[in-house]
Design a protein around this ligand. Structure first.
Ligand code: FE
Length: 157
């Protein structure tokens, strides 16, 4: 009995360590000071990417983007989503059923009173959006709900 409790605790500790490793690293490959980000980004980009803000629904020009191509982080150009993963979630924000593998890091935020999984660029740490479990059941079931202003679209050649 005591042995199995110890084992359970050990297992829990191992899992929480793994969970920590997957969340936001302390340092990112791309690091810029706040002053540098302000100079590089528009006011709205800075508010969303660097301050974790959210753009108004139905305002992104990327909502209607249907060409084949790659969506990159607007701050550091890290490729984060592909056009093949994009779908119309009717939420008013560009939505994808999966990211490009390994391109994002995750954090838990409680900003609006309940737990949400925040998505950040894995290369520069900028805020992109959140992921929810109400995505298309035919594929991943995930809805990556992303601020259009945090992305740049690069069409395939
Ligand atoms: Fe980035």
């Amino acid at each position: 009995m005591r042995y199995s409790l110890m084992f359970t605790l050990l297992l829990a500790a191992t899992f929480s360590l793994q969970a920590q490793e997957k969340s936001t690293p302390k340092t990112f490959q791309v690091y810029k000071s706040d002053t540098e980000w302000k100079k590089q980004l528009s006011g709205m980009q800075y508010y969303v990417l660097r301050r974790g803000g959210t753009e108004y629904a139905f305002t992104s020009e990327l909502l209607d983007e249907k060409r084949k191509g790659t969506y990159v982080c607007a701050a550091c150009e890290n490729p984060v989503f592909r056009s093949e993963y994009k779908y119309d979630s009717k939420s008013g924000w560009p939505s994808f059923d999966r990211p490009i593998e390994g391109s994002l890091v995750y954090d838990i935020d409680y900003e609006i009173g309940y737990e949400r999984t925040e998505e950040k660029c894995g290369k520069c740490g900028s805020h992109l959006g959140h992921v929810f479990d109400d995505g298309p059941s035919a594929t991943t079931g995930k809805r990556h709900c992303i601020n259009g202003v945090a992305l740049k679209f690069v069409a395939d050649e």
